[in-house]
Ligand binder design. Structure first.
Ligand code: URA
Length: 197
């Protein structure tokens, strides 16, 4: 089965079977989007209002900022793959609850195993602590880390602040822009050493 068909099948399975309670209140599941052969896979937190309405991740103000940062390193949205830890919009954009993250986790992990990116870039504290419990985004942003994933083994990650959190916070915004610019050289290093798979 080709990758696109496999991803469609995976999403169809989880749209029917995901046990997350958020699905009862939202408009629709927001599926991962972008290049299924991407080297970079971004993981955000959860869909917001626009995403919930249109069924696509990162299309509001945070998404526009993400696209601008991608352009700053000569990449387009179509070059990367973008998804969220939680696939449904939490009411009033509240933080996802631990049980909502746990309920959506098998979907995310199967998605990662299918895309097989060279690097996973976590956006914000929820995506970071899903993989590195107890770590602080304030100390981990701009840093690489590795952790084992089911069906993949050792995976390389890079932690960034969330674009929505950084958007209206001058200091954090500049830090995120600076961290983002490290991505091309990190990718070159991974290419030289070979992806961790
Ligand atoms: N913030 C996220 O974390 N994900 C989205 O899809 C949009 C905003």
């Amino acid at each position: 089965m080709d990758k696109r068909t496999a991803l469609k099948k995976l999403n169809a399975h989880w749209i029917t079977n995901c046990s997350c309670d958020l699905r009862k209140q939202c408009t629709q599941a927001v599926l991962g989007d972008g290049n299924i052969r991407a080297k970079i896979l971004f993981i955000g937190e959860a869909p917001g209002k626009n995403e919930d309405e249109q069924g696509k991740p990162f299309i509001g103000a945070a998404g526009k900022f993400l696209s601008e940062m991608l352009a700053s390193i000569s990449l387009k949205r179509e070059d990367v793959y973008i998804t969220n830890i939680v696939k449904y919009r939490p009411p009033n954009n509240r933080d996802p609850l631990p049980e909502e993250i746990v309920a959506c986790a098998p979907w995310l992990h199967e998605e990662i195993a299918l895309i097989r990116p060279h690097i996973i870039i976590t956006l914000g504290r929820h995506a970071l602590t899903h993989f590195l419990p107890g770590k602080k985004i304030s100390s981990m942003h701009g840093q690489l880390f590795q952790c084992p994933l089911p069906d993949i083994g050792k995976q390389t990650f890079f932690a960034l602040y969330h674009p929505a959190a950084a958007l209206y916070n001058g200091g954090m915004r500049q830090t995120l822009i600076n961290d983002f610019k490290k991505i091309p050289s990190i990718l070159r290093t991974i290419k030289k050493e070979g992806p961790t798979k």
